[in-house]
Design a protein around this ligand. Structure first.
Ligand code: UDP
Length: 460
């Protein structure tokens, strides 16, 4: 039964990596009887399938046909989302109050500290839903709470150590933290957004933060900082892959984009655990030199693969530029987009070569697939370290002195994960899968954590 005295506004950063877990979060809140309005940009909302019981309140960020600029222009997108979104959220909150159906809480995601500020100015309580590991939140927390110099003075071979975190070398830090100049827009934008987030957290009395993780996965990180109450409520993955409460819930429902066809039939025709699945998330374009080395590594491995290669912003098909295109096409399948969770669940998949975006990371844990970790930037760097050293389900590629991950290194990593050496990784991955499933079951830790949050915070 829907409660009249509780109405949550969920404001989401318009990236696939945030929309997907938030839709799962929204469905789970709905199951607890919470009334919900969901807001993000018009472009992102057009790609979301309707969810009965949830209202949508889109706003224009000025990029209604999608942001098509280069990744280093992200700061423009971010500024626009922030400026137009702030106005929209403030107007929406006032309008709903005037209609007599006020929001009783606003929940907002990573990179959206401005929502928390709008909420505070209008005296509506707010909660952050963090869509990266708790470990990464803690790293930013320490960084902006007095330890910045310690991180920045850590030499190439040094490590920093904090309670609840693994020892971290600079090669493990989220890349935003390595910003050295004020001319690099991307990094400055990223680190400023994280600083705003931590400043907001630090200005609260007893901050409670929801995190898309689960207790067994990050038990120490979730409890590391006394001042923060971090609540593990993940993995936010469709129910069909976890608790199976709703077996029809097989995709996130947040990516109504054209999918390549036939890939499941193609997987059906492959031997068990034989296929390498490669994907680099929803927005990063691979530089041609990098794609070339990956392609060579695949050809040399001689194993079947399914590779998500999105068209570039100017409509090019990246494989057209690859020297070994013909061999590649004989050996495996290239697609533009797929339903990743469905692929990861397929028995033919043997390993996932991933950029280690947080969703891809937690999906590989939840579905028990070992990984070759090939991080590009941001939290992905740290996620790769956790995958290899803390959760032990994969190997992380090593770049040469020029920063290039060579084909032979790719081949080495793939063979390590797919071969005999990978037995331990596969066993660990299956173990995480069981723990992830248990956490989402009724009476599992994430289920109970969310239930307590709903009862104590939302419905109170
Ligand atoms: N995804 C998908 N199909 C694809 C590639 C990605 O469904 O072909 C989904 C994937 O399951 C994940 C999200 O897109 O939920 C990507 O999020 P992630 O955090 O891994 O990466 P980001 O896009 O934020 O870099």
């Amino acid at each position: 039964m829907m409660r009249d005295d509780c109405h949550v506004l969920l404001v989401i950063f318009p990236g696939q990596g945030q929309i997907n877990p938030c839709l799962q979060f929204a469905k789970r809140l709905l199951n607890f009887g919470v009334r919900l309005t969901l807001s993000t940009t018009l472009f992102a909302i057009r790609r979301i399938s309707a969810i009965p019981g949830i209202d949508f309140a889109p706003f224009s960020d000025g990029y209604d046909d999608g942001y098509k600029g280069p990744a280093d222009g992200f700061c423009h997108l971010y500024d626009s989302v922030k400026a137009r979104g702030s106005e929209h959220v403030a107007n929406l909150v006032k309008a709903k109050a005037a209609e007599g159906t006020p929001f009783t809480r606003i929940i907002f995601t990573t990179l959206m500290a401005w929502v928390g500020e709008v909420a505070r100015s209008l005296q509506v309580p707010a909660t952050l839903l963090w869509i990266q590991p708790a470990t990464v939140l803690n790293i930013y927390y320490y960084y902006f709470s007095g330890f910045q110099d310690l991180f920045r003075s850590c030499g190439e071979n040094g490590v920093v150590e904090f309670p609840g975190l693994p020892a971290l070398a600079p090669t493990d830090f989220p890349s935003f933290m390595l910003s050295k100049t004020t001319t690099n827009n991307v990094l400055d934008w990223g680190i400023q957004a994280m600083k705003d987030q931590i400043d907001l957290i630090n200005s609260e009395e007893n901050p409670k933060i929801l995190v898309n993780t689960f207790d067994d996965l990050e038990v120490d990180a979730l409890r590391a900082i006394k001042k923060l109450t971090l609540i593990g409520i993940g993995p936010l993955v469709p129910s069909a892959y976890l608790d199976r409460k709703d077996p029809s819930d097989t995709s996130f429902g947040g990516d109504l984009r054209e999918k390549s066809d036939n890939y499941i039939e193609w997987l059906d025709s492959q031997p068990m655990s034989s296929v390498i699945y490669l994907a680099f998330g929803s927005y990063s374009d691979l530089p041609t030199t990098m794609a070339e080395q990956i392609a060579q590594g695949l050809v040399e491995s001689k194993m079947p693969f399914l590779w998500v290669l999105r068209e570039t912003a100017n409509g090019e098909k990246p494989e057209e530029k690859l020297r070994c295109k013909k061999e590649l096409e004989k050996q495996g399948k290239i697609v533009r987009w797929c339903t990743q969770v469905e692929v990861l669940q397929h028995p033919a998949i043997g390993c996932f070569l991933t950029h280690c975006g947080w969703n891809s990371t937690i999906e590989s844990l939840a579905l028990g697939i070992p990984v070759v970790a090939f991080p590009l930037w941001s939290d992905q760097i740290c996620n790769a370290k956790l995958l290899q050293d803390a959760w032990k389900i994969g190997v992380r590629v090593k770049a040469n002195e020029d920063g290039i991950v060579e084909a032979r290194e790719l081949k080495r990593c793939i063979e390590c994960v797919m071969g005999e050496e990978g037995a331990e990784l596969r066993k660990n991955a299956m173990n995480w899968r069981e723990l992830a499933k248990s956490s989402m079951k009724e009476n599992g830790s994430s289920y109970l954590n969310l239930k307590a949050y709903v009862n104590d915070v939302l419905l109170n």
